[in-house]
Design a protein around this ligand. Structure first.
Ligand code: MN
Length: 201
């Protein structure tokens, strides 16, 4: 059986972030909310497998949306927990390479902190503020995530992609995306896809 998603334990006790974050919210947040994302991601994978075997009829769009929402919640929370430490170990300002890079890319820790706080405070609805490293420009950048969908893209290596924006097919297939999708299988470069897979650690 394939490996499934699992809830990682907290790297400290539920009450260790007090007085800043209560034991009660840490318990609910980890044991209920994060667990629900893990369960939801595994349930979506199971539904997709059953549908492939013909054991279940599913709405692929809805199940993939569920999968993204839940696996992304799982990934982000798995980063969020160890991103925190009990007061004394946590807090203050960074040192080492991180401090150097923050100085270089944000013009100082205070400026970084102000902009990150601003990002967090202005996320529309539920979401996240994130500090990321962009491989292409080799620099640190900020981003806001509304809800949490599609952040798994940062963790998962893309092997094969199909652009279904209208600009990719409209001149050839007008509004018939299905026809374009079927035709596209004739031009897939499987050895490129395979070489991408072989670079995965
Ligand atoms: Mn959460």
């Amino acid at each position: 059986m394939a490996k499934t998603y699992a809830l990682p334990p907290l790297p400290y006790k539920y009450g260790d972030l007090q007085p800043h974050i209560s034991e009660k919210i840490m318990t609910l947040h980890h044991d209920k909310h994060h667990q629900a994302y893990v369960t939801g991601a595994n349930t979506a994978l199971d539904k997709l497998e059953k549908a492939r075997k013909g054991e279940m009829q599913i709405d692929v769009r809805a199940v993939l949306r569920d999968f993204s929402f839940n696996v992304d919640g799982h990934i982000l929370h798995s980063i969020f927990w160890p991103n925190m430490a009990p007061p004394g170990n946590g807090g203050g300002s960074p040192g080492g390479k991180l401090a150097d890079w923050i100085n270089r890319d944000f013009g100082g820790f205070d400026k970084f902190k102000a902009q990150f706080s601003d990002a967090a405070k202005t996320v529309e609805g539920r979401g996240w503020a994130l500090l990321l490293h962009d491989h292409e420009t080799d620099q640190l950048v900020l981003t806001q995530v509304e809800k949490q969908n599609f952040m798994h893209l940062a963790q998962m290596k893309i092997l094969l992609g199909l652009d279904v924006w209208e600009h990719a097919y409209y001149l050839d297939y007008l509004n018939d995306r299905g026809k374009y999708v079927e035709a596209w299988w004739n031009v897939v470069n499987w050895s490129d896809v395979d070489s991408r897979l072989s670079k995965v650690q």
